[in-house]
Design a protein around this ligand. Sequence first.
Ligand SMILES: CC(C)(COP(=O)(O)OP(=O)(O)OC[C@H]1O[C@@H](n2cnc3c(N)ncnc32)[C@H](O)[C@@H]1OP(=O)(O)O)[C@@H](O)C(=O)NCCC(=O)NCCS
Length: 129
Amino acid sequence: MDDVSALNEKLFGFAIDFNAAGNTPFVLRVADKLIGYVLYNQCGDFVDIYYMAIVPELHGLGHGKRLMEAFIQQMQLHGVNAFTLEVRADNKAAIKLYEQSGFKTVWLRKGYYSDDEDALLMKLAVMFD
Ligand SMILES: CC(C)(COP(=O)(O)OP(=O)(O)OC[C@H]1O[C@@H](n2cnc3c(N)ncnc32)[C@H](O)[C@@H]1OP(=O)(O)O)[C@@H](O)C(=O)NCCC(=O)NCCS
């Protein structure tokens, strides 16, 4: 898992402590090579997604969409009915991917990030599908 933590540090500025409660990774690899991951916390039938990333050299190839689809399906098999996440309002790539995966924006958190950027709170409920 060192490569997952290193990618998180490169993109988001900190390594992941996998021993800490709630830091669960869902990892996509091909022939042992890291493609991407979702870091999340499951609480009963609800999942909060903290971070998601694809290795930078592989952006724009559809891996993000496939990873999110596989993640949602896997979580449903574990009884999850709802997902939430926060995303920077200027992160067009991530917002498009989340919308394509069925997430809807339910709230705008003004000045949520340390640089004063807004966050979109997005939600996906699969129990009503
Ligand atoms: C966000 C991220 C996970 C997307 O992964 P990806 O593998 O590049 O995305 P995909 O190739 O599956 O693309 C999904 C959709 O987003 C679109 N997209 C991808 N990059 C885009 C960009 N820079 N601007 C606008 N749309 C973009 C794609 O065109 C695709 O839509 P389409 O099917 O209509 O063509 C990836 O860019 C990433 O790791 N970013 C850095 C970390 C991050 O910002 N994570 C999210 C916040 S936690």
